[in-house]
Design a protein around this ligand. Sequence first.
Ligand code: FCB
Length: 453
Amino acid sequence: MRRFPHGFLWGAATAAYQIEGSATVDGRGPSIWDTFARSPGRVLDGDTGDVAADHYHRYREDIAIMAGLGLPAYRFSVSWPRIQPTGRDPVNQAGLDHYDRLVDGLVEAGITPVLTLYHWDLPQSLEDAGGWGNRDTAARFADYAAVVAARLGDRVPLWTTLNEPWCSAFLGYASGVHAPGYTDPGLSLRAAHHLLLAHGFGVAAMRTVLPADAQVSITLNLGAVFPGSAGAGQAVRRIDGLANRLFLDPLLRGEYPTDVQEDTAALTDWSFVLPDDEKVIAAPIDVLGINYYTPTVVDVGEPEAGPSPWPGCDDVMFVPQPGPSTAMGWAIDAEGLRAVLHRVHDDYAGPPLMITENGAAFDDLPGADGSIHDHERISYLRDHLVVVHEAIESGVDLRGYFVWSLLDNFEWSFGYSKRFGIVHVDYATQRRVWKDSAYWYREVISANGIEEG
Ligand code: FCB
């Protein structure tokens, strides 16, 4: 057995827009994902999160599933437009009440709630006022964070400000494949800064209302960037700059990487960074969350046609990777996770780490007897857990691991076509069925380890 350290936090993760549904129930306002999903051609098959996995109504059943799994922790996100339908006061008590009940249900079941404040569902009214391109959105986020922290801080020990600000900024404002769907590279850098500023303002606001022992974090989707050839140095530097250092440097060192600012000087003069901003962003955090799925291999060359999520990287190409991949077409390679963990450990004097998402989509279908033999998912999770275990053994301070995802859900622009759950959801009936990976994960949790070999 490879045993994990005592107290290692096992969990599963979800996000509000991807599972809740009930888009207009109990006073929820529209978010940018409601708008985006309704815009023709943006989401595969015109899918929306209107119903999703109906978790808003079925959260008790879902907590029972978690309890059955023996899940020690559950990472979920709060829908900002349920709390402030327009992104500002007044607060919608009915929205807060929902998360109050969810948190109570988790605590009663002995499951630690791990709360993310922003998993991409910006209130549409704030987008109408400029979205993440507008500095004021960062201040609005801090107000929202304080409202939720004041209500749930007595029961939620671990708080995450933002999930994957890289995606919000560069998929939302540069490649345009996520809401709000802009393709403006200069604006995307401005958005990235305002997201980081929101994190900094949010940390400060939460600290004033949270109990002293509550922990605060941010979750980044760091990139494992490998060179495609001996001459790939510049390409690696640029992608690493935008994927990793643009976020890690201000958060953990209090300054933006100057090479990234120089690389993008033709797109923006960076005047949106005001004198104290980097200090605000570097407010101490207690945990750094990392989401990992797949590595990238880059080289100097012609990028793909169409709007890129990599501003200023006009001479960088992504090299296709041979070998097995998931239903997303993402290469399966746990070495990327090893590289990311060691990089953060070696290059930054940061807080303890937590894997806040890791998992894989496969086209799993129930067999005739209803069971779902997702051995590819089990093998993916196992390979990555081996790397997690080895990283801990070699000194990386890694405190927990959350599978993405508890349930099949709305996979953003891919709609319901991609299934990441360890629990299958039949969207016609909302019936939940444990996949084999769920049974397997239950054993991992109960043994606090994985079988050797
Ligand atoms: C991450 C997101 C999560 C999910 C997975 C597959 O980027 O945080 O919501 O979509 O990818």
